[in-house]
Design a protein around this ligand. Structure first.
Ligand SMILES: Cc1ncc(COP(=O)(O)O)c(C=O)c1O
Length: 400
């Protein structure tokens, strides 16, 4: 493992004393590491995005936070689901979500994964190349596909077009191949990159797809009638008061140029759940090394904070205790690995063992991607703000 230093900018202000003492109480009652999920926030984000993109059908990207309470909460609001694996299919089955509300969007998947989704009743899949089209063509009577087009976006935190998608220039050839295989193509999909810096790539990709749809209008007797604009809608990690309605204004404008019979769908993950999650970790040890205080937490890079490494995440970190003036401090995780480092110069007051630190905006790609390296447990999850119906449905999932 590398010993390279991890320098992360954290914003450590803006939590009310009431909120801080509520989190401290939860940490004392349940122990840490703890991930507190607030379903009221999930509902709010869903409402914000659906009103920013009227007429766009939402398919929550389950991978961001595949937690039963989240699925039940979104299902109750009428949200649909974007699945990418048999595990996610199983979660839908257990939550009582029907297959007509699900898409399978993984562009490259094994036959066992395809069969699991087909057994569940999924009918729409995604492909981006010859091999995948030929693989899916064997199931042509049971499914149709969206063709995923790549629009590289190096400015996004995760440029998903690096790994998936055909170029716009490949589209005619792949449509011809699918037609020859009698595999129905329903339309196009793209992902503008996760945590995009602005809406420009969504707009560009939509404009390109409008052109592709117009050029290939006659394809399959006009079957190109779906445009899937993917995810990418950012979380407000730097707490600058991000306005999703303003962000989506140019996207709405671009979508207005689509033929009126085109169904538009989106696969938001991060935007829906990031702000619902607060990670609470305790100081389990401290030391003075190289003239700086070092704090060892019970959660770290191999746990909820893995996004610091995998995607350069910068979560707002707020100490809920401590006294004295702020000193640049080293914050590390609980494993034996020196790579397990959250920050090397976070301004912190003097903390003692047992003090709690809150990581904000930690709902997306944290719990779902954490490991148990070193035999250390993942953060326990507690859920707040569920509706009665969603609570009953998610209990069923957890019991099964
Ligand atoms: C196919 C697909 N759709 C949707 C998403 C969700 O993206 P985001 O969390 O950026 O909204 C992802 C993320 O990896 C993805 O791969």
């Amino acid at each position: 493992m590398s010993n390279e230093s991890v320098e992360v900018k954290h914003n450590a202000s803006g939590v009310s004393p009431l909120q801080a003492s509520s989190w401290k109480r939860l940490a004392a009652r349940h122990g840490t590491p703890l991930l507190v999920l607030d379903m009221a926030q999930v509902r709010l984000q869903y409402k914000r995005l659906t009103s920013a993109l009227p007429g766009v059908q939402m398919f929550y990207a389950v991978k961001a936070l595949p937690y039963p309470a989240v699925i039940s909460t979104l299902a109750e609001l009428g949200c649909n689901f974007d699945l990418a694996s048999s595990g996610e299919v199983e979660l839908m089955r257990q939550a009582g979500v029907t297959a007509d509300r699900c898409l399978h969007t993984h562009p490259i998947k094994g036959e066992r994964e395809i069969r699991a989704a087909l057994d569940f009743g999924c009918k729409t899949f995604v492909a981006d190349n010859e091999t995948e089209i030929l693989k899916l063509a064997r199931f042509r009577s049971k499914l149709d596909i969206l063709l995923r087009v790549s629009f590289p976006n190096p400015g996004a935190r995760c440029d998903l077009s690096k790994k998936f998608g055909c170029t716009p220039a490949d589209v005619t050839r792949l449509l011809d191949l699918a037609a020859g295989q009698k595999l129905k193509v329903r339309g196009f999909s793209f992902h503008a990159g996760s945590q995009v810096p602005g809406p420009e790539m969504h707009v560009h990709a939509i404009n390109q797809c409008v052109e592709l749809m117009t050029t290939h209008r006659a394809y399959g007797n006009g079957s190109l009638r779906t445009l899937d604009i993917g995810g990418g809608f950012p979380a407000d990690y730097d707490r600058s008061g991000f306005d999703i309605n303003a962000f989506c204004a140019p996207i709405r404008e671009a979508l207005a140029h689509l033929p009126t019979d085109v169904r538009v769908i989106a696969e938001p993950g991060r935007f829906m759940v990031a702000s619902s999650g607060t990670a609470l970790a305790s100081v389990i040890g401290k030391a003075e090394r190289g003239g700086k205080p070092w704090y060892y937490l019970d959660d770290g890079i191999y746990g909820s904070y893995n996004g610091i490494v995998t995607e350069g995440a910068c979560y707002p970190l707020v100490p809920l205790g401590g006294e004295g003036e702020l000193r640049p401090s080293v914050l590390t995780g609980p494993t034996c690995d020196s790579f397990d480092m959250l920050s090397e110069a976070l301004p912190l007051p003097d903390l003692k063992v047992g003090d709690v630190l809150a990581g904000l905006f930690m709902g997306a790609y944290t719990h779902s991607t954490a490991t148990t390296f070193n035999g250390l447990p993942q953060a326990q999850v507690i859920v707040r703000g569920m509706s009665d119906l969603a609570r009953r449905r998610s209990r069923k999932v957890q019991a099964s």
